[in-house]
Write a protein that binds this ligand. Structure first.
Ligand code: C2E
Ligand code: CA
Ligand code: CA
Length: 566
């Protein structure tokens, strides 16, 4: 059975509604008698009544059987009204008449078929009704290529069409919109190769197809690694997550792959279908970097976050123009000697909003990145940092190198390198004074072009620090191809570091990798004396964290510089 056939079979369980319009009671009774077994029938006695019913029931109707000669408003007038309405014109109309020349005219006016009076061939009438309904339903989806070649699931447009249709037939049935995403799919691709990545997608797709059929719902492949489900409402999605996880565990090392499921539960059907899935997506966004498979439900809080994010996006330009963004500095200390020595600082942006108060970068950076606004803000931060390096040099006669964060989105902007070069030159500092922190996951996304960009930057004289190292799954041979000057450990390994934790082995492993690459190791998120001691023993070179200081405004930072000079 093809997918379309299977789909029809499923929809065959749903009773369609047919409108029978005729001024003769005997005709209405006859047609009602013939079709009543297979369809829900509504009746109208004339064109006027028919039109009222159509307007009231709109797309709930699957077919209209229309008499042409009637008092008040005749069948031709009804056809004309239907044709003028974009949505209603899709309802197939079969006219019933005894006049040959009227048949032709009605076909020209949009009727799909005709039946003869008197009604003496019930099988013919029933067959024509059935075929007309099928054709009309297929026509509405004929433009979409049904399925995705890789997974065999519907593509999105087709899926939306089916979901809308299900709603038309059962407008009051509670439904859920769910989106299943594979976490860090780019890394899955990176580690397994394209073929391996495809295998993962197919495994998830197969499971979801089964789950959708079982629940009498629909599944599709939305984007690369996102699957959409439109299902009758259910209380919990834990079983679905469990099922996907179990399916993935059948793959080699599949247990390391996790999914996130966002659910917009009991959807408001006045919200357009695509927006229902946007909401589901939004709900699961915070689970993006989770290592476990988890579910998030769209609720009032998600909605508020949506509005809050929109507000931040809208107000960024004004905030830049009115200096609401402040650059803070957090010191980094070299711990290779007897006593820690200030060696550089990291520039971290904060938003001091006139109404919302202090906003931390974790709340706005991801949204800015997603909407392509980050470059503007980063340029501002880089400029501020470069100017600050210069001011400190002039004031204290020493250079404190400052590292700035470079978003992966920055790396793809056109003038990225020349912008950085200009900033360095305008402030009269050296390239090596402005350190660039690039997060590990940026490297794994568009490897070739990023390696090229980064190599170019190093040639110019910039120093590159790989941020959040250990958060992705960089393979060793990928790292050796990667031009970098320092590895900065992901905070995850440091935050709970104690002498007996297993994180200590991870830190040692990463220090070994750094040794292999001949680059120093920086640890951030260091909060206690014990951690500093352990990191020193492991062979970390540089330490940053609350143990020394939180990020502070430039003025406050000066005390660290004066202390160094004592
Ligand atoms: P990141 O680059 O990994 O920055 C380190 C984060 O850890 C900072 O959070 C810092 O305040 C925090 N931190 C430092 N020491 C400790 C500690 O001992 N304990 C704890 N619990 N936290 C510590 P922050 O400032 O909230 O920044 C969050 C992230 O936002 C940054 O992570 C970075 O990815 C991004 N970000 C910050 N400023 C910028 C910027 O100007 N441009 C871009 N593109 N991203 C930025
Ligand atoms: Ca950083
Ligand atoms: Ca980091």
């Amino acid at each position: 059975m093809s997918l379309a056939e299977r789909e029809n079979a499923r929809l065959n369980g749903v009773r369609r509604t047919v409108l029978v319009v005729d001024d003769e009671p005997i005709n209405r009774n006859l047609l009602g008698y013939m079709l009543g077994n297979d369809y829900d029938i509504v009746f109208a006695e004339n064109g006027k009544e028919a039109w009222d019913t159509v307007c009231e029931r709109r797309t709930e109707l699957s077919l209209i059987l229309l008499d042409l000669l009637m008092p008040e408003m005749d069948g031709f007038q009804v056809l004309e009204l239907l044709k003028a309405d974009d949505e209603l014109r899709r309802i197939p109309v079969i006219v019933s008449t005894s006049e040959k020349k009227e048949e032709v005219k009605s076909l020209q006016m949009g009727a799909v078929d005709f039946i003869h009076k008197p009604f003496d061939a019930p099988e013919v009438i029933m067959a024509r009704v059935r075929r007309s309904i099928e054709l009309a339903e297929d026509a509405s989806i004929i433009n979409a290529t049904e399925t995705d070649a890789l997974t065999g699931l519907y593509i999105k447009e087709y899926f939306y069409e089916y979901s809308n249709r299900a709603d038309r037939y059962a407008p009051d049935k509670p439904m859920d919109a769910a989106v299943v995403n594979i976490n860090r799919f780019h890394l899955v691709n990176e580690l397994r190769g394209r073929a391996g990545g495809n295998e993962v997608l197919r495994t998830v797709a197969d499971y979801l197809r089964g789950a959708a059929v079982e629940a009498a719902g629909y599944a599709c492949r939305g984007e690369a690694d996102a699957f959409y489900l439109y299902l009758p409402h259910r209380e919990s999605y834990e079983d679905l997550v469990g099922g996907v996880t179990a399916a993935l565990e059948t793959l080699i090392h599949g247990a390391h792959i996790s999914v996130r499921v966002g659910v917009y539960s009991n959807v408001d059907k006045s919200v357009p279908i695509d927006q229902r899935f946007d909401r589901a997506n939004l709900a699961s966004a915070p689970l993006r970097s989770s290592y476990e498979s988890r579910v998030a439900i769209y609720d009032e809080k998600t909605h508020e976050r949506e509005l809050y994010n929109e507000r931040l996006l809208e107000e960024m330009d004004e905030a830049l123009a009115t200096n609401q963004f402040k650059v803070f500095y957090q010191p980094k200390y070299d711990i290779t000697g007897d006593k820690p020595v200030l060696c550089s600082a990291e520039a971290l942006v904060r938003w001091i909003h006139p109404e919302l108060g202090f906003i931390s970068p974790g709340d706005f950076i991801p949204a800015f990145e997603e909407h392509g606004l980050i470059n503007k803000l980063d340029l501002y931060v880089w400029r501020e940092a470069a100017a600050q390096i210069r001011r400190w040099r002039d004031k204290f006669g020493m250079t404190v190198p400052v590292s700035v964060n470079v978003s992966r989105v920055d790396l793809q902007t056109v003038n990225f390198e020349s912008e950085l070069v200009n900033i360095v030159k305008e402030n009269g500092i050296s390239f090596s004074d402005l350190l660039l922190e690039i997060t590990e996951s940026a490297y794994t996304e568009n490897e070739e072009s990023i390696v090229k960009t980064v190599a170019q930057l190093r040639e110019t004289g910039f120093k590159i620090e790989m941020d959040d190292f250990g958060s992705g799954y960089s393979s060793l041979n990928m790292l050796t191809a990667m031009p970098i000057d320092a590895l900065k450990l992901d905070m995850r390994f440091v935050r709970h570091l104690t002498a007996d934790s297993k994180d200590i082995r991870m830190v040692q492993l990463m220090v070994d990798i750094a040794g292999f690459l001949s680059v120093p190791v920086i640890a951030e998120g260091v909060e206690t004396e014990e951690q500093v001691q352990l990191l020193r023993e492991c062979g970390c070179d540089v330490v940053q964290g609350y143990y020394f200081s939180k990020p502070v405004p430039a003025d406050d930072f000066e005390k660290f510089i004066t202390r160094e000079k004592e």
